[in-house]
Ligand binder design. Structure first.
Ligand SMILES: CC(C)(COP(=O)(O)OP(=O)(O)OC[C@H]1O[C@@H](n2cnc3c(N)ncnc32)[C@H](O)[C@@H]1OP(=O)(O)O)[C@@H](O)C(=O)NCCC(=O)NCCS
Length: 183
């Protein structure tokens, strides 16, 4: 199975411990973390735990969210890719496609570009017939990314960590591809 993917502008590769200095400021930004997990930022120790969690997910499952690195660069600007949403037992078994970028990288179509590659990987290399995304209803940018990836709402859940409502989006492998972005 491939461990890294390339898109037009991005390299998607597994995280490594060296990524902590690039990712810690992103995970410390309240605007970025508002709709991630229970919505809390990570301090230095929390970022180390989160990075370890991402790396262990790869070791346990053979896949996981990738570090998103612009081509020609070596520093990650965020994450994207498939993971097991074990924080939300009500939706299991399922694989979630997620995306998170540092603020300077918003608005360039990177999440959609990485998300498209992630969905293709999930249906191709992972052989899945369905993927989901778990999104807070107020996260309009993320909902728009899900829509652009051809995902549709399929239900609501409650985050066990904070009692806030979550919207579940899904896409099936045999669904028609969405129209190109901007169409
Ligand atoms: C969600 C996130 C990854 C989007 O990244 P991005 O690279 O800017 O996304 P894209 O550029 O591919 O697409 C964003 C789309 O949302 C739209 N959008 C952005 N902000 C919006 C808002 N406040 N309301 C409605 N639409 C919005 C953009 O216009 C674009 O749609 P378009 O192509 O039709 O114009 C980024 O905002 C982020 O990292 N947020 C913090 C982490 C997060 O919440 N992750 C998702 C958890 S479910």
């Amino acid at each position: 199975m491939s461990v890294a993917l390339e898109t037009a502008r991005l390299l998607l590769r597994p995280f490594k411990q060296d990524d902590l200095p690039a990712m810690a400021p992103i995970w410390a930004d309240p605007e970025v973390m508002r709709f991630i997990g229970t919505g809390e930022t990570r301090d230095a120790a929390g970022s180390r735990v989160l990075l370890d969690h991402l790396i262990v997910h790869w070791e346990e499952h053979g896949f996981g969210v990738w570090a998103v690195v612009p081509k020609g660069d070596t520093t990650p600007i965020g994450w994207a890719g498939p993971s097991v949403p074990d924080f939300l037992p009500a939706v299991l078994p399922a694989i979630e496609i997620g995306w998170l970028l540092g603020r300077p990288s918003w608005g360039h179509g990177y999440a959609t570009e990485a998300g498209e590659a992630s969905v293709a990987f999930a249906f191709g290399e992972l052989g899945l017939d369905r993927v989901i995304s778990v999104i807070y209803p107020a996260n309009a940018a993320s909902i728009r990314v899900a829509e652009k990836l051809g995902m549709a709402p399929c239900g609501n859940e409650v985050h066990p960590g904070n009692g806030r409502g979550l919207r579940i989006f899904e896409r099936f492998a045999d669904a028609a591809d969405p129209p190109p972005a901007g169409a």
